[in-house]
Design a protein around this ligand. Structure first.
Ligand code: ADP
Ligand code: MG
Length: 338
């Protein structure tokens, strides 16, 4: 027998899961991103024991055709890109076709879905193996239930932190996704308790109120600025409202929440000397730009991106904030209307 052999699909999926599915929050992220890509206007997330026992995501989006439903669990199978050109103009959150097969390979999963036309489907899998596939009646949309995450990968299960930490991570991901998509109504319920809900009326400030509370939202100033390459909008906190970490800085590029050290720095720079050392503002900065200027295909979780014209963007962010803060000194009540 030859020494070098191709991995079985199942093993390859488990290996990919090591990158995409680090913890319960990564499952939540991938499932909710799929729901967003499916044009949902309402996404409900139910979790139990911080997601380790159960994660259920219910959306009212496009659904999956019965003929397509098993393909969704194949590796590198996606409806979102088809050609090399598409890869450079990505408008959806997903495109790698890895999440469903990866998550399915390390959990017990059921998927119920309907496009609203013809028969819907029900699929049940364990450890990536399809155990059942049958027709199913459901209103238009998709309901995915992930149970007993990492039941077959004990090493990964050990790596998971305390329930409290995992829950905080899930909350954090939903916060960012909800702020990135104020036109979608989100609801997060943990062990029967509602943790968050947003109205989905399209207003970022309302979404901030749903997430950080009305009092906080009232202390956020609108920003707006554009040049030939970038259009910036969003909200930043008054200098009096700060936190001890950068965790409350959210940068959203073309609808995708990303992490970027330099852009965080630009936000802080926009405040000049108005912040105390070691304190950081809250900010939700939405950047719209030509997808050609941003490479999202850097890391499997797609939270790190490579930006062309990064310096230009930094300057624009800092100046948008500077401007909003100096106007605020002239019109002190600009922030409070909600
Ligand atoms: P990707 O999102 O990168 O395409 P996934 O593995 O996350 O890959 O999903 C595979 C495919 O399954 C998607 O391309 C999409 O067609 C379909 N899909 C997954 N989740 C949903 C959903 N909630 N609603 C509609 N279609 C979905
Ligand atoms: Mg996806």
């Amino acid at each position: 027998m030859s020494k070098i052999q191709e991995l079985s699909e199942m093993l390859a999926n488990q290996i990919a899961a090591g990158e995409v599915v680090e913890r319960p929050a990564s499952v939540v992220k991938e499932l909710v991103e799929n729901a967003i890509d499916a044009n949902s206007s309402q996404i409900d997330i139910y979790i139990e024991e911080a997601g380790l026992r159960k994660i259920q995501v219910i959306d009212n989006g496009d659904g999956i055709d019965n003929d397509d439903v098993l393909s969704a669990f194949k590796r590198h199978a996606t409806s979102k890109i088809h050609s090399r050109d598409d890869l450079f103009r990505i408008r959806t959150l997903g495109f790698r076709g890895e999440a469903l097969p990866s998550i399915a390979s390390v959990s017990e999963m059921t998927l119920e879905t309907s496009t609203g036309e013809g028969e819907g489907s029900f699929v049940r899998l364990a450890g990536g193996k399809v155990l059942e596939h049958k027709p199913n009646a459901l209103r238009k949309g998709t309901k995915i239930t992930v149970e007993n995450l990492f039941y077959n990968t004990p090493a990964r299960l050990k790596y998971v932190k305390s329930l409290q930490t995992e829950l905080a991570n899930v909350g954090d991901i939903i916060n960012r996704l909800a702020m990135s998509h104020p036109q979608i109504a989100f609801r997060l319920v943990h062990d029967g308790n509602k943790m968050l809900s947003t109205t989905g009326n399209g207003d970022i400030k309302q979404a901030i109120a749903g997430i950080y509370g009305v009092g906080t939202a009232k202390k956020m100033l609108p920003i707006e600025q554009e040049d030939l390459d970038f259009k910036i909008s969003g909200y930043v906190s008054l200098p009096e409202l700060t936190r001890a970490s950068r965790n409350y800085l959210s940068i959203i590029i073309n609808g995708r929440y990303i992490r970027n050290y330099l852009l965080n720095k630009a936000i802080v720079e926009g405040y000049g000397s108005k912040l105390m050392v070691g304190r950081f503002p809250l900010a939700v900065i939405k950047i719209d730009m030509d997808p050609l200027l941003v490479d999202v295909n850097v890391h499997p979780t797609k939270q790190e991106v490579r930006l062309s014209k990064e310096q230009e963007l930094m300057t624009l962010i800092a100046s948008a904030i500077q401007e909003a803060l100096s106007e605020q000194q002239l019109i002190p009540n600009a922030a409070s209307n909600l």
